[in-house]
Design a protein. Structure first.
Length: 250
């Protein structure tokens, strides 16, 4: 089994036995340290973890995933100890797809809720042309237009030479992703869209209603596609209101 120290960033540790572990996944190319600011304000009995995939952060020299099955197999193995106890998933954009796929592998009676933000529903067609087919210069231009990546990072060629292959690989997985499961999740899904997001709109996300269990919902939040960065407090309020009342299933 892979070394969990390089895979998992522990954002918050509950002082005792956690009632729930929230497992978080960043957008394409995003560092798990984006979740460091999530350490405060949770109920005392909630743990928060973030996953570090190959190609990210201290693993930036490792090859990113190119196939969904391999990604989900490996991450399921890494997270196995956390999936056998009550947990919830959160992911944004590419990370939302990872969260949904992991939820299909997890013990259904232990998954309290799946939070997906900034992510089309599995039955909604992917916008064309594909970003992952663009040249490096075109892809950098698209990333600038979307926001979410600091201009000083995008303008640093030595950094982008290392980072861009991972961003491209994860965007490719996101763009080619669709639903390959025969049934909806047993766990409820909270699908969260940015009200000013021109990419993953309410229309593109409303189909999530068909992919989760009782209590599945579609919720609007202020901001554009990267509202988890620009309107973090609003997002955390939405999540906290639900994990505060979701206790898993015995």
């Amino acid at each position: 089994m892979p070394d969990n120290d390089k895979w998992i960033v522990r954002v918050r540790r509950a002082p005792g036995t956690p009632r729930l572990t929230l497992i978080c996944f960043a957008y394409a190319g995003g560092s798990p340290h984006l979740f460091r600011s999530w350490a405060r304000g949770w109920p005392a009995d909630v743990d928060v973890l973030a996953l570090r995939l190959p190609g990210h952060d201290v693993r930036r020299r490792e090859q990113p995933y190119t196939e969904w099955k391999t990604l989900v197999d490996d991450v399921s193995a890494v997270l196995a100890p956390h999936l056998s106890v009550p947990h919830a998933f959160y992911g944004h954009s590419f990370g939302a797809r990872v969260a949904y796929e992991l939820a299909h592998r997890a013990e259904p009676t232990r998954t309290a809720r799946v939070f997906v933000s900034g992510c089309r529903s599995p039955d909604w067609p992917q916008a064309r042309p594909f970003l992952h087919d663009l040249t490096d210069a075109e892809l950098l231009g698209a990333l600038r237009a979307m926001g979410g990546t600091a201009p000083e990072v995008l303008g640093n060629s030595s950094v982008m030479d290392v980072v861009l292959p991972t961003v491209r690989a994860e965007i490719r997985l996101a763009e080619l992703w669709g639903d390959a499961h025969e049934r909806a999740l047993a766990a409820p899904i909270t699908a969260i869209y940015g009200r000013d997001d021109a990419k993953d709109t309410h229309e593109a996300m409303r189909g999530w209603i068909s992919f989760g269990g009782a209590g599945t919902e579609v919720v609007g939040a202020p901001g554009g596609h990267f509202f988890p960065d620009t309107h973090r407090a609003d997002l955390l309020t939405i999540i906290d209101a639900r994990i505060g009342r979701d206790h898993g299933h015995d």
